[in-house]
Design a protein around this ligand. Structure first.
Ligand code: CP
Length: 304
């Protein structure tokens, strides 16, 4: 059970709640890989409401809903009444009136899912809000690490790149620290948030120092849409200093898992050969994302 009707972030979850979701994800992964849908949500409706672009998250929520037997609605924000000025709360109330049970929302404004959750009867799942959190991404990342290593406790995990603007980094950070990982971050000074070292992680500006002995190296997308200009001189200079390359992995942590939430900017955040290489679990992350979203929706709406 989760204490709340919504999943807004990992900052608010207890260790027991996170572990409960991860344990249920393992069961849901078996269902997913069988390709046989179950009927746990056959009397439920799931609506996706994405104000920002998405390939992985939106489609994996839709597939997860179908694997649980739910009906689905997709609000295409660009052609919806949002464009006539309808507010987020009124859109949410309309979806309540359409008898939706789960609203999956992505929004550029941090806090939008929380505002929606306070104003609707449906369970709200945060699929990424501004620079705040992306909880199901972090859950799928942590699930992938747990599958490979058996435990999160004591794992050395290094997050690389645009930490400041990354909701993926923030959610991973809360989840990994709670579960006992040793988390470090590395990036240009301008892409590291103020006060991050007070939150219990090591902070580096040299990638090779940061990834020595790491079990997991997670590249992050440069969030150019959330950055002011002038935070680093050029993409090529950024890549020179901070790209996760096969050479750096071979020199510093040859057995590390290489992860990335996607979409990947090949050759900038991470080398193309690393993306497709033996250490990479980027495609497994995507598959695990469906299982995590099945688990979360089954727990929130399926009455588990
Ligand atoms: N990782 C992630 O959130 O990808 P999408 O933007 O494609 O959903």
């Amino acid at each position: 059970m989760l204490r709340k009707k919504d999943l807004l972030g990992l900052k608010d979850l207890t260790v027991e709640e996170i572990e409960y979701i991860l344990d249920h994800t393992a069961e849901m992964k078996d269902v997913l890989l069988s390709k046989n849908a179950i009927d746990n949500l056959s009397d439920k409706c799931v609506t996706t409401l994405f104000y920002e672009n998405s390939t992985r998250t939106q489609n994996s929520f839709l597939l997860a809903s179908q694997m649980l037997g739910a009906k689905t609605l997709t609000v295409n924000v660009a052609t919806s009444s949002v464009k006539k000025g309808e507010s987020l709360v009124d859109t949410g109330k309309t979806l309540d009136a359409l008898l939706t049970d789960v609203i999956v929302i992505r929004h550029s404004m941090a806090g939008a899912p929380e505002l929606l959750a306070k104003n609707v009867k449906a369970s709200v799942i945060n699929a990424g809000d501004g620079m705040n959190e992306h909880p199901t991404q972090a859950l799928l990342d942590i699930f992938t690490m747990r599958e490979k290593f058996g435990t999160i406790k004591g794992l050395k995990v290094t997050l690389v790149g645009d930490i400041k603007h990354s909701r993926v980094a923030r959610s991973n950070f809360w989840g990994l620290i709670k579960l006992g990982a040793e988390v470090s971050v590395v990036g240009p000074q301008t892409l590291l948030p103020k006060g991050i070292n007070e939150l219990g992680c090591e902070v580096y500006t040299d990638i090779e120092e940061a990834i020595i002995g790491a079990n997991v190296v997670m590249g992050l997308r440069l969030q150019l849409e959330r950055q002011k200009s002038g935070l680093f001189p050029s993409k090529s200079e950024y890549a020179e200093l901070f790209a996760v390359t096969s050479e750096k992995i071979a020199n510093c942590c040859p057995d590390a898992l290489v992860m990335h939430p996607g979409p990947v900017n090949r050759g900038i955040e991470i080398g193309s050969d690393v993306t497709d290489g033996a250490n990479s679990v980027i495609e497994e992350q995507v598959t695990n994302g469906v299982a995590v979203r099945m688990a979360v929706m089954d727990i929130l709406a399926g009455g588990r």
